[in-house]
Design a protein around this ligand. Sequence first.
Ligand SMILES: [Zn+2]
Length: 415
Amino acid sequence: MIPLIALLALVSGASATFNMIVITDPSGKDPNGAAAASMSFAPNMFQSTFLVSKKLHVAVLAGGLSKGTARLEAILACIRALELGEDIESAVRAGISRSPTDRLLVGGPGKGVAVGGSYDIAVVIVKGNKIIIKQYHSSGGPNIVRIPKNVKCAVIHLRNTPGNPMYGTATKVRIEAAIMAGRMIRDGLPATEIVTRIMGYVAKKSGEKYGGGVVNITAGLSTGDTFVPPKLNARGIPMDTAYRKVCPKCGWSVAYPAASKYSRCPVCGSSLRTEYAWQVARDMITVRKDQPIVRVYGIKSVYDKVSIVETVQTLVQAGKKQPEDIARAIDSDIDNNTLLGYDYILPGDVKVEPEANLITIYMRPLPEGYKKPPLKTPISPETLHSLGLISSAVGVALIVLGGIRELVNRRLRAW
Ligand SMILES: [Zn+2]
């Protein structure tokens, strides 16, 4: 793993300045009852490791002052403790002892929330109609704040990144966000709705707005790499900006930048509704009975992902949910140049899991420079896939960074 450490040294500092966990159903029965999110003004937010264990139903959010490797050690120590069945508070303690200037925020349904290290948090607890808000500060070390297992709660950490033009807003926005979260919990909104609404608000009001991502802790859904930076030392997607336009009547939609050319639906003529990044994040992690969750791997841009998800959801709502139907629809997008730079879908590239309401699609990107799939390829799809990714040093770096996440994910899957 030496090249990995060397590589991390080349990556400029990344730190989540907004971390949030919301639990509206501590029993874990509501599939939308626990959620977590991270954002920052800083670049490299794919490095702000952000995990969810499907089996243990827990999210581990991190941020703070150290450089990449120390925080990674803290995160791994925390996960190791959770793997051994320790309480979230001792897991946070184990992690922070490795890197006292960092922050770990850990929680899930039936577990409560624990936060340790360096933080500025507002804690919201809702009992019946009563909203209790307290604030805590720690500049590092073993001071742990622990929220008990069976309460409806929200924990919001917010600071401003030096250089953010809205520097100085964090204290005010943190408390406003806490009040909003408290009211939404009291009014019965699910955690997935609350966490993404607060994300949009905090992004707009504090400038700590770049993804990052969001997870549904109970259902184990994540926005994955949708909002993280496209390359090293860059910023992710701003969560308060317009992301796509949707027709409220027929469901037609188009992502930005292409969306700026449309004001009316080309299918039915209705005026289009603009959706912001935080709303798209909400839809990605919310479990709905009528709509399948679509996961896409191997995509080259977030716009491609949105387009594929739209195609699949429209198809399923029309009653076509066989892998062959889905493969045919995506292939026709490739033929029509709606999707550029991908090979045709094979039957094994689409996985439909009706009981989880989940559809997974593995796209196979073509090498740099190829817009259309070759008619017949002598190279295996796997090689094409690798060539497509290893087209630059940045590509290699992202694979390595992706390797960290993969490594950590694999550990989590082993639980
Ligand atoms: Zn329409």
